[in-house]
Design a protein around this ligand. Structure first.
Ligand code: SAH
Ligand code: SF4
Ligand code: F3S
Length: 436
């Protein structure tokens, strides 16, 4: 028998890309490809890209440049570009980098095997009529205890800075029965924790029995699956946090006490210019209601600093919001003008000012993150073991609150969900002892 062909995938960007990469690997698996983590031995290299900030996009071109010697050495090497840069730039990628054999967008990757078979350059950035999920191969392999499951794609919100509505297209929710089938199948293959994904996951409104379902109803039904112990979802928009979803945080033990709820800015003026359609007070009120339902819930957010027109006062409002809400974690970015978005037309804040603000904001967030970690010391939480740690006898997993936890447990097994007591906190993780 001949050696199977090897596929190397590099994934940039968000969790939805991580999920898509997995599905693309499976699609190519049905064509006889196995994945490799060594690019030098690959027969096909697939770069699954992100367009969200300029730096993320430019990374693609520097990585493609680095593939030139390999392609020269192995002329049969297939090079593919998938994901959001593929969608945004299409054939331009091949013009700039002729070594690219195929370009495929996030809604068309079920056609990847066909595109890869062609002997001539291919570009597919359609938003096809058919649902790609109906054209992907059944999944077979046994797998680790955690999985992503995309339930909703695209975005209709059109925040003034963001490319996602253009690269991922309009909001579409997958039908309930397909999601339940996929979730049951994942659980039958060893998964105990599922993170439901969507660019606006809490705007989910997929067809189920009796009409459109909310995310909360979907989560309650998923929670009935025997063996599915933990459910998370990301990313949510503040305007779509409906009452039933907040209630689920209060009474559904499977729904983990961690919520990523990006606010972007604490200034009403900037929120308006960003087209976020909520105020800082709306956000405070929402946070209060969520914390009332689940007092120990940890919140995280995304922040953009240096949005066009952001004054010192606007920035101070963001700092004030962070101080009032207090986050368990946060991701912050310097505004990056993206071609085709409304904000890109406006004059940018001076780079040095934006840099300075980013540093100041990140220092506060780091302080809060440490405080949240220190606050866990002495508490009992659940941990799902994902892998063995670096030290002998050590297991690593995520706590209910999504902290990485190292547990000294020589008898521990990957996939076990254990109770631990947190004994210490270091920069990016917690240590713990197992109690049951
Ligand atoms: N759908 C999610 C997040 C999408 S992108 C949401 O609505 O929150 C992830 C994060 O990237 C955003 O929350 C935002 O903080 C950041 N981001 C998006 N566009 C950006 C831009 N042009 N410049 C800087 N950061 C950006
Ligand atoms: Fe982008 Fe806004 Fe949609 Fe999030 S809600 S994906 S930030 S447009
Ligand atoms: Fe990036 Fe596309 Fe995700 S732009 S953040 S990979 S949706």
């Amino acid at each position: 028998m001949s050696e199977p062909k090897k596929l190397f995938i590099k994934t940039y960007g968000c969790q939805m890309n991580v999920y898509d990469s997995e599905r693309m690997a499976e699609a190519m698996g049905a064509e006889g490809y196995v994945t490799t983590d060594k690019v030098d031995e690959a027969d096909m290299v697939l770069l699954n890209t992100c367009h969200i900030r300029e730096k993320a996009s430019e990374k693609l071109y520097s990585d493609l440049g680095r593939l030139k010697p390999l392609k020269a050495e192995k002329p049969d090497l297939k090079i593919g570009v998938a994901g959001c840069v593929a969608q945004a730039e299409g054939a331009e990628i091949q013009r700039r980098m002729p070594l690219v054999d195929l370009v495929v967008g996030p809604q068309a990757y079920h056609r990847l095997p066909q595109l890869a078979k062609s002997g001539v350059p291919q570009v597919d950035t359609d938003f096809p009529e058919e649902d790609k999920f109906d054209h992907l191969p059944e999944r077979k392999a046994k797998r680790g205890p955690t999985a992503f499951l995309t339930v909703q794609e695209g975005c209709d919100k059109f925040c003034a800075f963001c490319v996602v509505p253009y690269t991922r297209g309009a909001e579409v929710s997958r039908p309930v029965d397909r999601i339940l089938r996929e979730a049951r199948d994942l659980v039958s293959r060893g998964v105990r924790e599922i993170t439901l994904l969507g660019q606006n996951v809490n705007a989910y409104h997929g067809e189920g029995s009796g009409g459109a379902w909310t995310l909360a109803r979907l989560i309650r039904t998923l929670a009935e699956i025997d063996g599915l112990d933990r459910i998370r979802y990301t990313t949510s928009h503040p305007n779509d946090m409906e009452d039933d979803l907040i209630a689920a945080h209060g009474d559904l033990p499977q729904l983990m006490p961690y919520l990523h709820l990006p606010v972007q800015s604490g200034s009403d003026r900037i929120l308006k210019a960003m087209n976020r359609k909520h105020t800082r007070d709306d956000y405070f009120h929402l946070v209060d209601r969520i914390k009332e339902a689940r007092p120990d819930l940890l919140l995280s957010s995304d922040f953009i600093v240096g949005f066009p027109g952001e004054s010192d006062k606007d920035f101070e409002d963001t700092m004030d919001l962070i101080r009032r809400v207090t986050y368990g974690a946060a991701f912050s970015f310097k505004y990056s003008a993206r071609p085709g978005t409304p904000a890109a037309e406006k004059a940018a804040v001076e780079a040095s000012v934006a840099d300075e603000r980013l540093q100041v904001l990140q220092a506060l967030v780091t302080e809060q993150q440490r405080a949240a970690q220190n606050g866990m010391v002495g508490r009992e939480v659940g941990v799902l073991y994902e892998k063995a740690g670096r030290l002998p006898g050590q297991m690593v997993g995520k706590s209910d609150h999504l902290h990485a936890v190292h547990v000294d447990d020589p008898a521990g097994v990957v996939g076990e969900l254990v109770r631990v007591r947190i004994t210490g906190a270091v920069t990016n993780s917690l240590s713990a002892i197992r109690i049951s």
